[in-house]
Design a protein around this ligand. Structure first.
Ligand code: VGL
Ligand code: ZN
Length: 208
């Protein structure tokens, strides 16, 4: 694979809180950093996302008295996992991993800012209705093929890939540039979903 002008690398949530030592650490999440740095060098177009929650966000177990992280709750829009407090706006945990080096990234898209709606996807929040604006940005820039990398494979990468495919973009997930949380079979469910949407999975070695 050789990347072209209409390709974009969409790097999902490579933030301290999703790396070992962070509040919602993805196992071996930091391993994606050097891979993503190398991949980014192959793309003229790179967009980074940043999970960016206000204190007391509805996805935080701490905002629900008596509830524990990784339990489910019911939000106005449906089921919602309760997480440890993570990626709180302006805190070190919300910063990108310090080794992320992508100076030519054109856009940092923040998501999950609304206190009462979580947002896994880079395109639509968890109510599945509130857009982040990323579809419009990519369309206006004629970026038609989205390559996904980052954290977590089975949450924010998964939802972003699904929404991108449904919005009509060509979508490819770079498997070794992602790591998953794997809650109750969520990694296997992600593979099944990508298969049914015919979203291809590739590896860094497939790029030349
Ligand atoms: C994510 C859970 C909560 C992610 C974000 O980036 O995958 N997961 N917030
Ligand atoms: Zn979050």
């Amino acid at each position: 694979m050789i990347t072209g002008e209409s390709d974009v690398l969409l790097v999902i949530d490579v933030q301290n809180d999703f790396c070992p030592g962070g509040a919602l650490a993805v196992p071996r999440g930091d391993e994606v950093v050097p891979i993503i740095n190398r991949l980014a060098g192959r793309f003229a177009n790179v967009v980074l996302t940043q999970d960016w929650h206000p204190p007391g966000h509805l996805s935080f177990a701490s905002a629900h008295p008596g509830r524990r992280p990784f339990e489910m709750t019911t939000a106005a829009y449906g089921p919602q996992v309760l997480w440890p407090d993570h990626c709180v706006q302006g805190t070190p945990g919300a910063d990108f991993h310090p080794s992320v080096t992508i100076p030519h990234a054109a856009l940092v898209l923040r998501k999950g800012m609304r206190r009462t709606i979580d947002s896994y996807s880079a395109f639509y929040e968890n109510d599945r209705k509130t857009p982040t604006g990323l579809v419009g940005y990519l369309r206006e820039r004629n970026l038609t093929h989205i390559f996904l990398a980052g954290l977590a494979f089975d949450f924010c990468v998964r939802y972003s890939a699904e929404d991108a495919a449904r919005a009509g973009f060509a979508v490819t997930v770079i498997e070794d540039a992602c790591r998953g949380i794997d809650m109750e079979g969520s990694v296997a469910a992600t593979h099944r979903s990508f298969e049914s949407l015919t979203i291809p999975r590739v590896w860094e070695n497939d790029f030349s």
